[in-house]
Structure formats: C-alpha cells, structure tokens
Design a protein. Structure first.
Length: 190
C-alpha cells in the first residue's frame, strides 16, 4: 500500500519577456512509489505581478553590468519576489516555495545564472524555498533548458507532445525511448 503525501506549494518564475513575476498556488498529491509520482495536482490560484519600470530597465541592462551589479540585483529581485509572494499567500499554509528566478545568462550544457535570491524569499516569507533549478540540471549533464519536459512527462502523461510558450518557445516530445525537449524559437521575448 502506498502513502500519498499532500503539499500546497507556490511556484514562481520571471521570464525573459520581462513582463513580471508569475506566481501559482498549487496543490500536489505525491505517491513516491508510483511510476508517475504525481497522483493528483491542481492550480488553486495564479497571478502575474508586473515589474516596475525600474526593475525592467535594470534587468534588461544587467547582462552588460558588473559582478557587483549582478549580486545587488539578485538580492533586490529576491526581496521583491518574497514581498510579492507574501502578499499573494496571505494566511495560507504553504509547505514550500519553488522559485525558478530570472535568467540572466544561459550557456546550454555549461552553466546558467538565475537571480532572485531564494534565501531572501525564504527570509521574507518564512517558508522553505527551493531555487537554482537550472544549475542542478547542468550539474547532472543537462543543458539547463528547457526544464519543462519533466513537468510535461508527469503532469500531462496523456499527451505525447507539449509546447511551452514563454520568452523562448520549447517543445517536449515523448517516445518509447523517453522524453526529449528543446528550444524551438523566440516567443514572448520578441
């Protein structure tokens, strides 16, 4: 007999389109013994919080700025994310937050840099926060992007092809050999 664990979590991402912070409140029921560990899931609420113009301008300029500017923006964005999440969740019991952050540099197969300091999100909200998701993928030999294929595999097992239209459009394709994903073209960035 398997045990199912229920989690209410927050997922957030800031895309390369610079439109703002996307936040989702998600209910996950996990069965760790199943081949698809996600037994059930539902999106309870979502919001996009537009960035102030100063953040948009500073993020757009950041790839050509100093290391000190990068560190300062990492903290500034982490504080902004934490404050936005805290306002969004109000009095809800949240088990954890997963923050993708905002991609500043991405070198497929080598490294990827996302900012939006997850430690500051945790400090602002008081909730365990998971971050640096692309870095873990590149550490294990992945390209760091797209990350959607694993979600597509478990969240939409009935579909063989999924398209994610973010700043960059990417596709996930399931086959008997497994799942592959790759970037297709520019999308919301354009």
């Amino acid at each position: 007999m398997s045990n199912i664990y229920s989690y209410q979590c927050i997922g957030c991402i800031s895309g390369s389109s610079l439109d703002g912070l996307d936040i989702a409140d998600i209910q996950l029921d996990i069965d760790p013994s199943a081949s698809n560990p996600i037994a059930r899931w539902s999106i309870l609420n979502t919001i996009t919080i537009p960035f102030p113009k100063t953040i948009v301008d500073d993020l757009a300029a950041l790839p050509n700025q100093s290391a000190l500017d990068l560190v300062r923006m990492d903290d500034r964005l982490g504080s902004f994310f934490g404050d936005c999440i805290q306002e969004f969740i109000v009095d809800k019991k949240i088990d954890f937050i997963s923050s993708h952050g905002h991609t500043i540099f991405h070198h497929p197969g080598a490294s990827s840099t996302q900012i939006g300091n997850p430690a500051l999100i945790a400090a602002r909200t008081g909730i365990r926060t998971i971050g640096h998701l692309r870095n873990m993928d590149t550490a294990y030999g992945g390209e760091g992007a797209p990350l959607a294929p694993m979600a597509d595999l478990y969240l939409w097992p009935e579909h063989d092809i999924c398209i994610n239209i973010g700043g960059i459009a990417n596709i996930s394709i399931k086959s008997p050999e497994g799942i592959i994903g790759f970037d297709v073209c520019g999308a919301n960035q354009l």
